[in-house]
Design a protein around this ligand. Structure first.
Ligand SMILES: [Ca+2]
Ligand SMILES: [Ca+2]
Length: 312
């Protein structure tokens, strides 16, 4: 009887141990499942937030594409619910340098000066600017500091330059001298465009571009841009001052009429391509969509025709 009892006790002991091991194993599995489901739940929440932020950004775009909406319109900022909003900034694509106009010597000089303002030495600045012009011009004769096929073939790029208009700013990374530009100004792409009406819009141009093109003093150029941006210091918002009188621009920049005439044919105060940047926000997540749209007036009616759209 004693033997039977101890056998039974041993069996019970084994069963308890097995149960304990099973419970532990289950607990480990459950913890693992919880961990992994928690991660995928969080991932889903992330992608949902991003998706919704994208939809909010698109909503902002569709409002901004109405031709009657002007930069800074109150409809361009909207909070749908706490933590869910969109905000649209409309500027002129003409604020960026029209890179396909690099063949114009006056403009090329302005780009050299802009590179120098960024901190590049004059020789490297001229190398980059002349090489951009050579990249685009149809001939194969290098400008004094430029680079044509002889140079690119020597560095294993026999297919360059294309000798035609640039269609994507990204092409410029292959141009001789642009490595050095990138090193001192990682945001150089924001200063160039291939989609404007080829005129430089002084209601949107960067401080460096204004200063480089006009030859104004740093103080005068900074003052001009500050007046334009308004109290918030941002272009394309409700407090902007929009210049419609060239005389006023000249006076602020301290540029004489004769000086102005040297580059007046490259300048406008009313660029016809709008840069519409819409940011949707859900909590801490933000998605930005950009549309470049051209103002087209037909039969006294202005519409906005999209030229390009991308994410930022
Ligand atoms: Ca060329
Ligand atoms: Ca050339």
């Amino acid at each position: 009887m004693k033997l039977v009892f101890s056998k039974w006790r041993r069996k019970r002991g084994m069963a308890l141990l097995l149960a304990l091991v099973s419970v532990m194993a289950l607990a480990i599995i459950a913890a693992g499942l919880y961990e992994s489901s928690q991660a995928s739940w969080e991932e889903n929440t992330l992608s949902r937030a991003r998706f919704q932020a994208g939809i909010l950004a698109e909503s902002g775009l569709s409002i901004a594409l109405h031709p009657d909406i002007e930069p800074g319109d109150f409809a361009l900022r909207h909070e749908l619910a706490p933590g869910r909003s969109w905000e649209v900034r409309i500027t002129s694509e003409g604020g960026r340098f029209p890179v396909n106009s690099m063949g114009e010597e006056r403009l090329r000089t302005a780009v050299v000066d802009m590179f120098v303002l960024w901190g590049l030495d004059a020789a490297t600045a001229s190398r980059a600017a002349d090489s951009i012009a050579d990249w685009i011009d149809s001939d194969s004769d290098p400008l004094p500091n430029g680079a044509e096929n002889t140079y690119y073939a020597g560095v294993d790029y026999p297919q360059f330059p294309p000798n035609t208009d640039i269609t994507s700013i990204e092409e410029l990374v292959f141009v001789a001298g642009m490595d050095e530009v990138e090193q001192i100004q990682p945001f150089w792409r924001d200063y160039f465009t291939v989609r404007s009406d080829a005129l430089i819009d002084f209601n949107a141009a960067s401080l460096e571009l204004v200063q480089a093109l006009t030859g104004a003093t740093a103080d005068a150029a900074a003052n001009f841009v500050a007046v334009r941006k308004g109290d918030d210091g941002i272009d394309g918002t409700v407090d902007d001052y929009v210049f419609d009188d060239i005389g006023e621009v000249q006076a602020l920049l301290g540029i004489s009429e004769s000086e102005w005439e040297e580059f007046s044919s490259f300048v406008t105060l009313e660029g016809t391509v709008r840069r519409i940047e819409s940011t949707g926000r859900v909590g801490e997540f933000a998605e930005t969509r950009v549309i470049l749209a051209e103002e087209v007036t037909e039969n006294n009616r202005t519409t906005l025709r999209p030229l390009a759209r991308f994410r930022e």
